[in-house]
Design a binder for this molecule. Structure first.
Ligand SMILES: Cc1ncc(COP(=O)(O)O)c(C=O)c1O
Length: 377
């Protein structure tokens, strides 16, 4: 079976983890935490990094920085992982949904303005499967309506977005370095991993301070065990950060490998008329976190049937997200009742992603493409 993902762990990871073990810095203080936070923030073009235990807690902490009042709204795509909506609900807010854009599968930014009300506090664009959201319209709306932008950059390590198109000075910016706050995941299937892990980035010193407090039980600096707020224990360990620092040293190689993989898949699959492949818009440098396919309904197959047939051929896949408006847990709470998002609904049923890990070899990729051809032609 060709696995959907396999992490690559190098010698450096062993060396740095051994250093933690030998020196006893195994909890959430130590040189690797500081180094990982500083290096990742600076790589993404942000000032402050706050390492946390995973991408979900990164979103919870980022949303926690907004001090939402009950009923405050945050606009996000329906087509995302539950972590986004959970982070808002957990902080007393209400997620408000928009549909996806059919080419990139990212939030359809043209639908955001119609969802802004006097309760809207933030927009949460989610960069999907390695491709950036079109951020300029999001930033413009946020500026116009005084909203905070929280980027969910869990799936786009190193991806770039061309900001300011049509102006005298367009600039490439890294995803996760564009909004007021951003959240990353370093789960084992991400471009760089710490096993489990996450990070909040921001340029705002007050947000950074609040994120650090929320991550660490809201301890106050003036007196240990004295609390004015409720926080969490969402700390990352120095052991995990050591793995992250080692992984970061291979960032350029990893991005090059992912971009090779994406282009190689496209080259081999582009002639199949019944599948939609990932795109790269002119204003994007995408990193193919996962190589997704959306199957045309005319095949008579949905993603579940397709996945089963690929599995017989030795190819592991994963289904696309199921939209937040189709989640019983939210419908039971009276959220999203009767709402429809046709693009999210279609890609949720017809979409899956192929083996896409950094360890994927060319011969595995050839085998995967052969299997896809066999099932579909
Ligand atoms: C878009 C997005 N946001 C958040 C997360 C949550 O990250 P974690 O699994 O580290 O909690 C994920 C996980 O894959 C994700 O894909």
């Amino acid at each position: 079976m060709i696995p959907v993902n396999e992490p690559v762990i190098g010698e450096r990871e062993y060396d740095y983890v051994m250093e933690c073990l030998r020196t006893g810095w195994i909890s959430s203080a130590g040189r690797f935490i500081d180094e990982f936070e500083q290096k990742w923030a600076s790589y993404c073009g942000m000032k402050y990094g706050v390492a946390v235990s995973n991408g979900t807690t990164a979103l919870q902490v980022a949303a926690g920085c907004l001090d939402l009042k009950p009923g405050d709204e945050v606009i996000m795509p329906s087509f995302t992982i539950i972590s986004c909506a959970l982070a808002v609900v957990d902080n007393g807010g209400v997620p408000v949904l928009v549909d996806s854009e059919p080419r990139t599968w990212c939030m359809d930014v043209s639908q955001v303005e119609a969802k802004i009300t006097h309760r809207t506090r933030a927009i949460m664009p989610v960069h999907i499967y390695g491709h950036p959201v079109d951020m300029d319209p999001v930033l413009a709306l946020a500026g116009k309506h005084h909203l905070v932008v929280i980027e969910d950059a869990a799936e786009v390590h190193g991806a770039q977005y061309l900001s300011g198109r049509g102006t005298a000075s367009p600039t490439w910016r890294r995803c996760g370095g564009i909004g007021d706050l951003s959240a990353f995941s370093f789960y084992a299937n991400k471009l760089i991993t710490t096993g489990e892990g996450g990070m909040v980035l921001t340029n705002d010193a007050a947000y950074a301070e609040q994120a650090r407090a929320l991550r660490n039980l809201a301890f106050r600096p003036e007196r240990r065990f004295y609390h004015t707020h409720l926080g969490y224990n969402f700390r990352l360990t120095n052991l995990q950060a050591a793995v992250g620092v080692a992984q970061m040293e291979r960032m350029e190689y990893i991005i090059a490998k992912k971009r090779w993989m994406g282009q190689a898949y496209t080259e081999r699959l582009k002639d199949i008329p019944t599948i939609q492949l990932p795109v790269e818009e002119q204003w994007a440098r995408q990193v193919y976190w996962m190589y997704g396919l959306v199957l045309n309904e005319s095949t008579g197959l949905d993603a579940t049937d397709f996945a089963r047939q690929l599995e017989y051929a030795g190819v592991q896949t994963r289904p696309f997200f199921l939209g937040m408006h189709e989640q019983p847990v939210f419908l039971e709470r009276g959220l999203f009742s009767g709402e429809r998002y046709p693009v999210a609904e279609r890609i949720a049923r017809q979409g899956l992603y192929l083996p896409s890990g950094v360890a994927l070899t060319e011969s595995q990729l050839d085998q995967v493409c052969e299997a896809v051809h066999k099932v579909l032609t």
